[in-house]
Design a binder for this molecule. Structure first.
Ligand code: CTP
Ligand code: MG
Length: 556
């Protein structure tokens, strides 16, 4: 809303109205704290984590009626909020007004009796609802489930094709893909459930989400990145001449400590954690982590520890997303476009990652004239003493208070920015230059790599070191193709009668149709057709009003 007020002040009419919808929604979901004002990510997280601790997750295998279900729960305390969702069966997330409600409910819960198996008697806030009434189970319960995944790409293309301008298409895509309030609650609840397991060893620890679950750029279905935070465990200072200190086990390095903690917690999650399956310990990675699936929520989870730089980069992305609503909209659009064309992937490899892509969008927005967002160096200059932050020798200081940031008056539309984005990267000097959001200016590449994007905080690192030349070429070819498409008047005009059942793709929707130049299947070297042939093919695809071809399921 802060960013929006600024846009209003600059008198942006139509675009503003569109973006207001997204913006109001975002602050209803992620960024609004109890007093109804937009808070820093830190404040928002604290509130969400506390909310999660008053919440439980219930598998409703035998579907109750909503009325009966609520009546039963209310016997234990005031229910503040609840919702249902489907993931291999129906689940309910229930938030009590205070923790006593949860305690009372857990007291009444029983250990199930099984005949052929043995049970680990670990009690958690993941429960199953049993229904002894045969009347209910035969009835249609009529529970309304909140979707936790995004719609398939073909449906999105249809939805976008019914919009009346490219600006509206971009906003509609953002609204469709962004995390819902319920999905965010579920993410924090999963963190809180895992925290209960880790707390067996470290009662003062917290497990909190970072990355796209909280940075404002997360799409429904994105993975859940979590960090085990042990910084809250502090010893205090000696208060008298005689004092006591804890005897602690020592290890050779921070890294070795992280590895052993994650290894033990991984074992625990694997063997005792209800709903956690497929636990992998990836302890030799640059940043050691546990990877597993949390079945009841359907989240793919990554748990790291002592990854404080990643928390700072999450805060930075969140801040940039808050500065101007066009930032989030453009990032969502570019991420969706890239995923559709296989530029990004759910599997690790030589692909560009969403994180790299987001930094590329931010860099592009810094390069506008006038710039839409400030450089990281400028954000560092605005920092006060409370913002000071150095992590392992890396200066991660930047201003947290958004009201201290003055933006320049850029009124470019989303449509214009999208076209310019493709043009910018279709012609960028990737072979010589490095992308640098600290300076907001490309720098000479310090090392050989097809794509060089400086890590904003660990400045000697390249966040896109994994990307090979083939993947970069595909990205550039797709930028060229999309730019070309957006320059065609046939693509740019809304089709009449698009309110009918099947709308003809136009505008942004056209960019999401299968590509003619660098299709998902053509990752192996493809014989390039002459330019005239390709253009003919593109024109045909524009003329062709048929349904888009079936695509690989978009899982991320
Ligand atoms: N990160 C980082 N440096 C990297 C990679 C990741 O600092 N080289 C941090 C970023 O804050 C990023 C977070 O780790 O947001 C999580 O990484 P990842 O899951 O790869 O990206 P997300 O932003 O969460 O995007 P996605 O939706 O693809 O998961
Ligand atoms: Mg992630």
């Amino acid at each position: 809303s802060f960013a929006l007020r600024r846009l209003h002040m600059r008198g942006k009419g139509g675009l503003c109205k569109c973006l207001q919808k997204v913006d109001t929604f975002l602050h209803r979901t992620i960024g609004t704290n109890a007093v109804g004002r937009c808070g820093s990510l830190h404040a928002v997280q604290a509130e969400r984590l506390e909310q999660a601790q008053r919440s439980i997750l219930i598998s409703c295998y035998s579907r109750p009626t909503e009325k009966k279900f609520l009546k039963y729960l209310s016997r234990h305390g005031d229910v503040k909020k609840y919702f249902f969702y489907e993931s291999y069966g129906v689940y309910a997330v229930v938030e009590f007004a205070n923790r006593d409600g949860v305690a009372s409910l857990l007291e009444e819960a029983v250990i199930p009796s099984v005949s052929n198996e043995a049970l680990v008697p670990f009690k958690s806030r993941l429960l199953s609802l049993k229904n002894l009434s045969s009347v209910d189970s035969n009835q249609q319960s009529g529970l309304q489930c909140q979707p936790q995944t995004s719609i398939p790409i073909n449906q999105l293309i249809q939805r976008l094709s019914r919009e009346e301008s490219i600006d509206q298409q971009v906003v509609s895509l953002t609204e469709t893909y962004q995390l819902t309030d319920e999905n965010i609650r579920l993410r924090f609840l999963v963190c809180s459930l895992l925290q209960d397991i880790a707390a067996a060893y470290f009662p003062e620890c917290t497990i909190k989400p970072f990355g796209s679950s909280v940075n404002g750029f997360g799409k429904l279905g994105c993975d859940l990145d979590m960090i085990l935070d042990l910084d809250g465990i502090s010893g205090g200072k000696p208060k008298s001449v005689l004092s006591l200190e804890f005897q602690l086990k020592r290890a050779n390095s921070e890294r070795a400590v992280t590895q052993s903690i994650l290894s033990v917690i991984g074992e625990c999650v694997d063997q005792f954690g209800p709903g956690c399956v497929g636990v992998q310990k990836i302890l030799n990675a640059r940043c050691p982590l546990l990877r597993f699936a949390h079945q009841p929520s359907g989240f793919q989870c990554d748990l790291t520890a002592s990854n404080r730089v990643a928390i700072k980069s999450t805060e930075l992305l969140y801040l940039y997303g808050e500065l101007d609503p066009r930032v989030r909209s453009l990032v969502f659009t570019v991420r969706c476009w890239a995923r559709t064309h296989g530029i990004t992937s759910g599997i690790p490899g030589a692909w560009i990652t969403n994180f790299s892509l987001t930094i590329m969008v931010l860099f592009f927005l810094q390069k506008r004239s006038p710039p839409i967002i400030p450089t990281l160096d400028h954000l560092a200059e605005l920092a006060g003493s409370a913002d000071k932050c150095v992590i392992e020798g890396n200066d991660c200081t930047f201003v947290i208070d958004i009201s201290k940031i003055q933006l320049q008056s850029n009124t470019e539309t989303l449509e214009h920015l999208l076209r310019e984005f493709f043009e910018f990267y279709a012609t960028f000097a990737f072979s010589k230059m490095s992308i640098n959001i600290r300076k907001g200016k490309e720098q000479n590449k310090p090392e050989v790599a097809p794509l060089h994007i400086q890590n904003p905080f660990e400045t000697s690192l390249n966040i896109s070191k994994n990307v090979n030349a083939t993947q970069l070429d595909r990205f550039v070819a797709l930028c060229q193709e999309s730019l070309w498409l957006l320059q065609q008047s046939g693509t740019n005009t809304p089709r009449v009668g698009n309110r009918s059942n099947t709308a003809t793709p136009w505008g942004l929707a056209t960019l999401l149709l299968p590509s003619q130049v660098a299709g998902v299947k053509s990752r192996k070297k493809r014989r390039r057709e002459p330019a005239s042939e390709r253009i003919k093919g593109l024109l045909d695809s524009l003329k062709n009003n048929s349904q888009p071809k079936k695509r690989k399921k978009n899982t991320k």
